[in-house]
Write a protein that binds this ligand. Structure first.
Ligand SMILES: [Zn+2]
Length: 147
């Protein structure tokens, strides 16, 4: 079942998706093995998350002999984009820049990553604005109090 509105997935379900994205197709045994190591989840726990993802339409399943193979319905890039957008939707427009800066400050980056960031920032400088309008309702954001 495909709906226009992409279903939200939890952090736990994200762990399962990462395994499927990495392996491209995975049996529940493959997924359980990885998450047993990473999260110490029991098979039944991992299988519950797999079942939810199938229900949400995030995983496809097909049988091959005795086993079931899972594949991802959406790719990792699309999902990351959706997750990033919904994350920044929860922040005041005025705070987006500071939030991104904080995320970069906390990330471990390669020299190549930093080169990419520098190029992108040089481009951004050309279209920088002096002020950004707050998009919040009063009571959910401090900037409404002093404007
Ligand atoms: Zn605001």
């Amino acid at each position: 079942m495909v709906t226009e509105d992409k279903p939200k997935i939890t952090d736990s379900e994200w762990e399962v998706m990462r395994v499927v994205w990495t392996l491209r197709q995975a049996t529940s045994k493959d997924i359980c093995e990885v998450l047993q190591v990473k999260k110490d989840w029991k098979q039944s726990t991992t299988k519950t998350f797999i079942g939810r993802l199938v229900k949400k339409g995030m995983l496809n399943t097909r049988s091959e002999g005795k086993r079931f193979l899972y594949t991802a319905v959406v790719n990792e890039d699309e999902s990351l984009k959706a997750a990033k957008e919904s994350f920044l939707d929860n922040v005041c427009n005025k705070q987006v820049g500071k939030t991104i800066t904080k995320m970069i400050a906390e990330a471990t980056l390669t020299h190549e990553d930093i080169r990419l960031l520098e190029d992108m920032i040089a481009e951004k400088k050309k279209e920088a604005v002096d002020d950004i309008t707050c998009n919040c309702v009063p009571g959910q954001c401090k900037c409404k109090m002093h404007c």
